[in-house]
Design a protein around this ligand. Structure first.
Ligand code: NG6
Ligand code: CA
Length: 517
């Protein structure tokens, strides 16, 4: 849904009244909006960055963003996997209100529907140029399997408010392994038409499960999937035929994303822009560029963290070179928590040593425990934000309404029903933030920052291969996060009033729609 509104927000007037550097930078007083860059890492854990306490790996570029901006200690994604997490971030609607927001296949139809208002719509309606680069994983086209990979793929990001897009349809471990620029395969090779299926192999196309000798770059973890189409010496999920010179090389993915992002910044430096950069790092298959391979001492997972940090450095360097760094608000976060072995033999487990991707939290990707959804979150805006650390309780769900507050774009009646304007918290002017956050994995939790309640469910408490404690239990779980951040001591029976209070919050929220129970 796209309503064009005239710019007229409070922050805008603040700029004009205060005569901020901004007006000079933009050249005119009519253009006071900051550029906004949203960097979403994939599967980067709360403890994976040195500014969040990691010692075995050093992330100087991210650390420098954190020290010149705000580093949040209690920020949350909505879900513990990518598609529902990004769905919520972009729409301001909880993914668990719908039953079709689970991990999307590479040929899934677009999960966000064109009639929904998105974060990009918010910026576009405020007059911004809008771009999306990198990992998408929100489906493309109308219906699963309906895409014409050899023509125009529609609907797509353009129908969700993005003027420009250069995307991986899903993940690195899912076909199709090609870049899609403005809804057409980039570098399209007419001699190698592309076909994709998640049901049926293509005759004559070798599969990872039958041809381990062709897996020259990475092999899948035994009996864990990832053993179908082979592209670039790595087998994936799904079947694919064709692609030719359009096929990506995993070792170049970060370079491609950095180049496209920095080109976008340079091309739009004179107008307000919103740029979403979804990195492939540090999702599997981790196969960083040779200049990062072996550099962390922790195998490709650690090397991918270094590569992610480099990508951030390239973006910041470009902003500085173009003279727009002070006038650009950067939000850096992760879509969900960390996983060490996610299905390839990349030595992540063997070389992890004493590095704790989850910091002091319990669980990880896929988990309803804190490490599943408490994520790194840094906001940097030199001309507006006082550097520091914020313990405010914040959630990705509020970015849509908060960015509407910032820019004066799309207003509340059109925005996702779950998004609220917490701009003050994101800018460090409100130290408290939300009253509560709701998170989802296979069940739901609610936390007021101090107490956390996890709804009972029937699913497994442990995934052996990824070694994830999912947090699932048939019992009610209540933890005091202030005293027990690691969620070890279940106080459900000792604190019935608190239990009831949090249950009641969930009850009220789920009344508006919920498919989780
Ligand atoms: C799982 C994949 C995992 C990863 C995940 C999605 C298997 C066995 N596991 O199904 O490797 O791709 O989906 O991750 O195939 S996410 O971060 O994009 O949500
Ligand atoms: Ca992810």
């Amino acid at each position: 849904m796209k309503t064009n509104l005239l710019f007229g927000c409070s922050l805008g007037s603040l700029f004009l009244a205060g005569g901020c550097a901004n007006a000079d930078k933009a050249g005119t007083e009519e253009q006071p909006q900051p550029n906004v860059i949203l960097i979403v890492a994939d599967d980067l854990g709360y403890g994976d960055l040195s500014c969040y306490g990691a010692t075995r790996v050093s992330t100087p570029h991210v650390d420098s963003l954190a020290s010149s901006g705000l580093r949040f200690t209690d920020a949350h994604s909505v879900a513990a996997t990518s598609t529902p997490s990004r769905y919520s971030l972009f729409t301001g609607q909880y993914s668990w209100r719908r039953n079709d927001t689970g991990i999307a296949a590479g040929n899934a139809g677009m999960v966000i529907r064109p009639e929904q208002t998105t974060l990009a719509d918010v910026f576009k309606s405020a007059g911004y140029a809008t771009g999306a680069i990198g990992k998408w994983h929100l489906g493309l086209g109308d219906k699963t399997g309906s895409q014409d990979w050899n023509g125009i793929i529609t609907p797509g990001p353009q129908d969700l408010g993005f003027d420009y897009s250069y995307l991986m349809a899903a993940t690195g471990d899912r076909v199709p392994c090609v870049w899609i620029e403005n809804q057409r395969v980039a570098n399209y090779d007419a001699d190698a038409p592309i076909y994709v299926s998640y049901k049926t192999p293509f005759p004559g196309e070798p599969l990872g499960k039958d041809h381990p000798e062709l897996l020259t770059k990475l092999k899948p973890y035994p009996n864990h999937g990832h053993n179908q189409a082979i592209v670039n010496g790595i087998s994936r999920i799904g079947y694919m035929k064709g692609g030719g010179k359009a096929l990506w090389k995993d070792e170049n993915i970060a370079d491609t994303i950095a180049t496209k992002a920095t080109d976008y910044i340079k091309a739009h430096k004179d107008s307000a822009f919103f740029l979403y950069v979804g990195t492939n790092d540090i999702h599997v298959p981790r196969y960083p560029h040779p200049r990062f391979q072996g550099k962390s001492g922790m195998g490709y997972r650690g090397d991918a963290i270094l590569q992610f940090d480099w990508t951030v450095g390239e973006i910041v360097r470009t902003l500085k070179e173009e003279g727009i760094a002070d006038h650009t608000l950067i939000i850096l976060t992760s879509d969900n928590g960390p996983v060490v072995n996610d299905g390839y033999l990349d030595q992540a487990v063997e070389l992890l040593g004493d590095h704790c991707p989850w910091g002091d939290l319990r669980g990880g990707k896929y988990s309803i425990f804190e490490a599943g959804t408490r994520v790194p979150f840094i906001v940097c805006w030199p001309e507006m934000i006082e550097p520091g650390v914020s313990h405010a309780l914040v959630s990705h769900i509020d970015l849509v309404a908060s960015m509407a507050g910032l820019t004066g774009g799309e207003q509340s009646e059109n925005l996702g029903i779950d998004s609220q304007n917490y701009l003050d918290a994101f800018l460090g002017k409100d130290a408290k933030g939300r009253d509560y956050v709701i998170e989802a994995a296979q069940t739901l939790s609610v936390s007021d920052g101090e107490w956390k309640y996890i709804t009972p469910c029937k699913y497994t408490p442990y995934y052996a291969i990824t070694r994830t404690e999912t947090g699932n239990s048939t019992e009610e779980q209540l933890y005091n996060l202030r005293e027990d951040l690691g969620e070890r001591k279940n106080l459900a029976s000792q604190c019935p009033d608190k239990l009831k209070e949090l249950q009641e919050i969930l009850k009220q929220e789920t009344k508006k729609g919920c498919v989780m129970r």
